[in-house]
Design a protein around this ligand. Structure first.
Ligand SMILES: *[C@@H]1O[C@H](CO)[C@@H](O)[C@H](O)[C@H]1NC(C)=O
Length: 185
């Protein structure tokens, strides 16, 4: 169990007790997602990943960020800034959309899937499948336009982590925007 978890569970426990778990949401398909409305700057408020060594030590963690840009219809330029064990790092990758599904990828760069699982355009749950060849890492990110999320957003994130068997790895990031703001457009 990660150090951050007991607090998170404590915060979530009352809601889990009184509300039935929602039905798992079907992934939104391309025609129902407005990629222009998804463009621009997002904070990354929480992360859950099975990638070993992805996050730095607890006291070095910071908010992440991402900038999404739609290029033509089938290309998505993604910049991501994240506080890693080596310090604040940003990366940029151009993804191509699957012909049929609302999934973007660039297998040469190790991005097997980038999928917006759920969004109302103020927040988004983003599922990433990373790895080369037969290696596979799954990551769920909570995107938000602001540096804080609603309780409901966080709960949906945790529910989805459960479905993906990533609950043990779920981390809410500390509200330090110094790394996130390095990629402000
Ligand atoms: C969060 O954002 C608000 C304005 O959007 C800002 O006033 C506040 O300082 C930010 N908090 C942190 C911890 O960055």
């Amino acid at each position: 169990m990660r150090p951050g978890q007991p607090v998170l569970l404590l915060v979530l426990a009352p809601a889990l007790a009184v509300r039935p778990l929602p039905q798992e949401q079907k992934p939104k398909e391309a025609h129902t997602l407005n990629w222009n409305k998804l463009s621009g700057f997002w904070y990354i408020l929480a992360v859950a990943t099975d990638t070993q060594g992805f996050l730095p030590a607890r006291d070095k963690r910071k908010l992440g960020a991402s900038v999404l840009r739609v290029h033509k219809r089938a290309q998505l330029k993604v910049v991501v800034a994240f506080s890693r064990p080596q310090g604040c790092q940003s990366q940029e990758v151009t993804l191509k959309k699957d012909r049929k599904k609302a999934v973007f990828r660039n297998t040469l760069r190790g991005v097997k899937a980038f999928r917006v699982v759920s969004t109302d355009y103020t927040y988004g749950l983003v599922y990433l499948q990373l790895g080369r060849a037969d290696r596979n890492h799954k990551t769920l990110l909570l995107f938000h336009r602001q540096n804080v999320s609603s309780f409901q957003n966080l709960k949906e994130f945790m529910d989805k982590c459960d479905v993906l068997a990533l609950s043990e790895a779920a981390v809410v990031l500390p509200k330090d925007a110094s790394c996130a703001h390095t990629i402000l457009p």
